[in-house]
Design a protein around this ligand. Structure first.
Ligand code: PLP
Length: 234
């Protein structure tokens, strides 16, 4: 696929520079967002050494996993999850978009059926935007308590899709998510660790890294424009 290896190299370079500015020696995991990209694009990126891939639509994830290019690929789900689609997403590396008790229960039930463990992140609506997915920051503690009821699902961190804005205005939201994770981590909860922060996309991943991201989700900067013709039906 044209240019993917080159664009990936450029993104990796920018990541390294942002990590150096952060200066704490920690590394970021790059999740290549391959939604509405053909399977060949995933293959090309995997051949160029990318290991983590993110999808937004349960059906598209399933199709891509069936044609899975490399055994080393780790799949992430970063789109809204309907509880009745839990069966399509359980069994991947990370589900980033858990935001309600019924979904935690549905995922755990499916993971128990399959006899496998599933790591998830909780999506936070940090700016409390109406109609936006994600748990309200004030309700986050209660939601995290629900993981105590799980047998197979555990929470490894928090995820954020910030309000639209220029990267510098987004910085405050990234910072707020990190602070929230630090505050909540003071109290230990069963099956909850808040080590991972999934934040930052093509336009703002460097700012997110500076503010403590451990997972960044980058689509167009690696793969170029998405193909609206590829089914995103979920
Ligand atoms: C599509 C998407 C991305 C990637 O967006 P780009 O701007 O293409 O990097 C990241 N996160 C989520 C939740 C997305 O839906």
């Amino acid at each position: 696929m044209n240019g993917i290896a080159e664009r990936l190299a450029t993104v990796r370079d920018r990541i390294a520079q942002a990590e150096a500015r952060r200066g704490d020696g920690s590394a970021v995991t790059l999740v290549g967002v391959s939604k509405k990209q053909p399977l060949e694009a995933v293959r090309a990126a995997a051949e160029a050494g990318l290991r983590d891939f993110g999808e937004n639509y349960a059906q598209e994830l399933r199709d891509k996993r069936e044609g899975e290019p490399e055994p080393s690929v780790r799949w992430h789900f970063i789109g809204p999850v309907q509880s009745n689609k839990a069966k399509l997403v359980v069994g991947i590396h990370r589900i980033h978009t858990v935001d309600r008790p019924s979904l935690i229960a549905a995922l755990d039930s499916r993971a128990r059926q399959l006899g496998i463990d599933q790591a998830v992140l909780v999506q936070v609506n940090i700016a409390r935007e109406p109609q936006k997915a994600g748990v309200d920051p004030h309700a986050l503690g209660d939601l995290l308590d629900r993981f105590a009821d799980c047998e197979r699902v555990r929470c490894t961190g928090l995820m954020l899709i910030p309000p639209l804005g220029i990267p510098e205005s987004t910085r405050e939201h990234f910072r707020a998510l990190r602070r929230l994770a630090e505050e909540l981590a003071i109290r230990t909860r069963p099956r909850v660790e808040l080590d991972e922060l999934s934040m930052g996309m093509s336009d703002d991943f460097e700012v997110a890294i500076e503010e403590g991201a451990t997972l960044i989700r980058v689509g167009t900067a690696i793969f170029g424009p998405r193909d609206p013709g590829i089914s995103g039906a979920s």
